[in-house]
Design a protein around this ligand. Structure first.
Ligand code: AMP
Ligand code: ZN
Length: 113
């Protein structure tokens, strides 16, 4: 846990968020600035600053499977969805607590900007 990390503060319920699911390892909440009808962030409870800092394959893998399950419960698994880790400056990472974006509910363009 990092005292001044936004997502750690959401995990500790110090800052409100629209939490949609959680388990012992992961928590998922709606992005405050949604870029698609479904835009959920899946984060590990453990503070890991980015994918570049991740070393635990199971921790990273759990985020992907958690997102896949959420896609089914949100009803976008068959229509399709995108999962994205933004890492460091060129990808526009703004919150340095590892998070997987789950985006869906509309056709998504490729390549992203
Ligand atoms: P990234 O640019 O990949 O670091 O993504 C950070 C995401 O966190 C952005 O999509 C923001 O809209 C989102 N975000 C920032 N603050 C909050 C918040 N308080 N609750 C939910 N999502 C947030
Ligand atoms: Zn954190």
């Amino acid at each position: 846990m990092a005292d001044d990390c936004l997502f750690c503060r959401i995990i500790r319920r110090e800052i409100p968020a629209a939490i949609v699911a959680e388990d012992a390892h992961c928590i998922a909440f709606r992005d405050i600035n949604a870029q698609a009808p479904v835009h959920i962030l899946v984060v590990p409870r453990e503070h890991i600053s980015s994918l570049d800092a991740a070393t635990d394959a199971a921790a990273v893998g759990r985020l992907a499977l958690f997102a896949a399950e959420l896609a089914r419960t949100e009803g976008i698994a068959a229509s399709g969805y995108r999962t994205v880790f933004n890492t460091n400056a060129d990808a526009g990472q703004t919150v340095f607590h590892l998070h997987l974006h789950l985006l869906g509910g509309r056709a998504l363009r490729w390549p992203p900007g």
